[in-house]
Design a protein around this ligand. Structure first.
Ligand SMILES: [Zn+2]
Length: 268
């Protein structure tokens, strides 16, 4: 079955992973800008990273007939450094017109601090002023509910950003309804040690349906499973869920969200 992984950090993955994804039916990935595992020292470090995301990685993906899209931002962890964050936000427009850029992301909160909130709102301002899509990271641990509430409140304060142009990611059982009820797109991340599993994601699909719901691996440099979306496809097949429903979650929905980007192109 053709599928899209709408959140995966391919810069951290082997070329072998592209091959496995392609064999499993992956036709496109989207890669949000994230934390490299260490704090970068200057905006120039991000400039090189954005070149990698917009120039190098699409070519690597193309070798396996996978379309590569990306999102640009400074992540919530490094947002604690407000001065650096502002330098990076000021530099992002240099890259916003590149063909594979879908918008601003993954912005959000990590520890729900005032500095993170300040930089989150400044990213929203950039996205709203440029009419860009937004991809949002919600905190992983015990602060997820509080962080998700804070994020939804800040989004409500930016009326220029329509909910259907924003995806709120890493949803779990206690946050999915908040996100969907507010009209946003919602992502479920399947991760081996934290976040949710393919089984729990399938449970949520059975409970909440397929509207504005996507699933991703968030594969990165840590313990993660780049094949999580094919695992979810298998889990849904074993439950007897209709092919059409499965395809909506893993292909049609991410595609519908991406298509709202003015630069979006796909060879059908
Ligand atoms: Zn991520």
């Amino acid at each position: 079955m053709k599928y899209i992984d709408p959140h995966i950090h391919m810069v951290s993955r082997l070329t072998d992973d592209y091959e496995r994804l392609a064999h499993a039916g992956c036709v496109a990935v989207s890669e949000p800008a994230f934390w490299a595992g260490f704090d970068r020292g200057s905006a120039d470090g991000f400039r090189d990273y954005f070149r990698q995301l917009t120039d190098v990685e699409p070519k690597r993906a193309a070798q396996y007939a996978i379309r590569h899209y990306c999102w640009l931002c400074i992540n919530a962890k490094e947002a604690e450094n407000v001065e650096l964050s502002r330098d990076v936000i000021a530099m992002i427009p240099e890259f916003l017109d590149r063909a594979n850029v879908l918008g601003i992301g993954e912005i959000g909160l990590n520890k729900n601090t005032p500095n993170e909130a300040t930089i989150f709102c400044e990213h929203l301002e950039l996205a709203a002023s440029r009419d860009e899509l937004v991809l949002i990271h919600t905190p992983h641990l015990e602060d997820k509910y509080k962080g998700t509430r804070m994020i939804l409140d800040m989004l409500k304060n930016e009326p220029r950003l329509k909910p259907e142009r924003v995806l709120v990611d890493h949803a779990e059982e206690h946050t999915i309804k908040l996100i969907l009820d507010a009209g946003f797109w919602c992502g479920m991340t399947m991760y081996p040690i934290t976040k949710c599993t393919p089984q729990r994601a399938a449970d949520m699909i059975e409970k909440y349906g397929t509207q504005r719901l996507c699933a991703n691996s968030a594969g990165d440099w840590g313990p993660s499973q780049p094949m999580a979306v094919p695992q979810l496809i298998l889990e849904m097949k074993l439950r007897g869920i209709a092919e059409e429903t499965i395809s909506r979650i893993v292909h049609d929905n991410p595609l519908a969200f991406f298509k709202q980007c003015k630069r979006f192109k796909i060879d059908e």
